[in-house]
Every structure is written in structure tokens, then in C-alpha cells.
Design a binder for this molecule. Structure first.
Ligand code: G3P
Length: 216
């Protein structure tokens, strides 16, 4: 299972990358705004900065919602750096755009996916990744992890090559649960990744080993 970090914060991207377990980065317009990145030139430069930190796919989202606009933005983003994956929303024009971009060899990440039906459409269009938002489903009393399992199962039945990228991850257990149901990728903020490190018995055990070592 690949680990992506879901942030536009360069320090956090560096910290996760330094751990040696990072396979890529996902961003979205809200995450860019959170870092105060505004204006087309700054936004494009920020994507390049991210690509220069991480050796892996970097998702950059289009703002347009019409076919021509999505294609224009997508081609512009893809030309920035070979690591860029264009994030396209799960709407009718988005599906058409994913099909076209795939035919042009441009990698895509179909975002804002909340159902198996949407995931089937994304795979049929040839998306590189499909991003079901599991935390937002949990927020409305729907089992987000179950959706990841359902999509992974359907894709395996038909050998769809689209990778299931579990997004909107809120805590470390989401990561473990996604691993159990066959997610290809998890994208999460830094804290849930670091949370995987923690176990009180590790801390107690290490303290004892170091104390015993001092006794000799
Ligand atoms: O990047 C998309 C997704 O991960 C957003 O997460 O926490 O805003 O639901 P969240």
C-alpha cells in the first residue's frame, strides 16, 4: 500500500518524506488556501516545489468544471512536471475529461467520489487513481472504509487498473482499516501517519532497555 500525504504544507511534506515511507502527495484547493497560496503563478510554483521534495506522484486539482476548461487546466498542470497527476472532480464533464486525458497519456485522480457507481465510471474512463472520501462519509453516518473494500473488490473482479486511493483520512485506524480492505493508496495528514508509530509498550520497553544498559 502506498502512502501519500494530503497537504500543501512544505514542512509537513518534508517531515513525512524524511521518514522514508512517502510515495506521493495530494492537494486540493482548500489545502492550498490553508497554506495561503493564492494566484495562478504562486499555485503553479508551489506544485513544482512539492515535486522537488518528493519522488512520487503529486495530485494537482483543476478548478474548471466544463470539458474545455478542465482540459486546458489539466494540460497546463501536466506540463509543469512529470510527477503531476491531474485531479478531476467526479462530474459528467470530469468523466469525459478523464477519458480524453488518459488517451493523451496524462495521469488523473478522480476526486470527490462517494459511491461504488462513481468509482466504476472513473475506472471505465481510465483514471489512474480514484479518491473516495472516507472521513466525509463517516461524518454522515455512512461507512467510508466499507466503500473502499467494495470498490477494491469490484476493481479486482474486472482487472481495472485504476488504483483505489483512500482520501479524507482522519486518524491512524482509518489507515489500518484501509490496508485490511485492499486500498492501493492512503492519503492522509501527517498526524495519522505519525500516530502509527505510537505504542506505550514500545516506550516502556525502550526505557527499560536503556536503563538496564546503563547498569552494566
Ligand atoms: O484531498 C481530499 C481529501 O483528503 C479531503 O479530506 O479531511 O477535507 O475531508 P477532508
Amino acid at each position: 500500500m502506498k502512502f501519500f500525504i494530503d497537504t500543501a504544507n512544505l514542512d509537513q511534506i518534508r517531515e513525512a518524506n524524511d521518514l522514508g515511507i512517502l510515495d506521493g502527495v495530494t492537494t486540493n484547493p482548500s489545502l492550498m488556501a490553508k497554506e495561503g497560496i493564492k494566484g495562478e503563478e504562486n499555485i503553479l510554483k508551489h506544485y513544482i516545489d512539492i515535486c522537488n521534495i518528493v519522488d512520487g506522484d503529486v495530485s494537482a486539482e483543476v478548478i474548471a468544471t466544463d470539458f474545455a476548461g478542465i482540459i486546458r487546466e489539466a494540460e497546463n498542470l501536466a506540463a509543469l512536471h512529470p510527477q503531476i497527476v491531474v485531479k478531476v472532480p467526479m462530474i459528467k464533464e470530469g468523466v469525459k475529461a478523464i477519458k480524453y486525458l488518459t488517451s493523451q497519456g496524462i495521469k488523473t485522480n478522480c476526486t470527490l467520489v462517494f459511491s461504488a457507481g462513481q468509482a466504476i465510471l472513473a475506472a471505465k474512463a481510465g483514471a489512474t487513481y480514484v479518491s473516495p472520501f472516507i472521513g466525509r462519509l463517516d461524518d454522515v453516518s455512512t461507512d467510508g472504509v466499507a466503500l473502499i473494500g467494495q470498490i477494491a473488490h469490484i476493481y479486482s473482479l474486472y482487472n481495472f487498473e485504476t488504483q483505489v486511493l483512500a482520501a479524507s483520512i482522519r486518524h491512524s485506524m482509518h489507515i489500518i482499516s484501509c490496508a485490511e480492505v485492499g486500498a492501493d493508496v492512503v492519503t492522509c495528514p501527517l498526524d495519522p501517519i505519525l500516530g502509527l508509530l505510537k505504542h506505550p509498550l514500545t516506550d516502556i520497553g525502550l526505557e527499560k532497555f536503556l536503563a538496564d544498559h546503563k547498569k552494566k
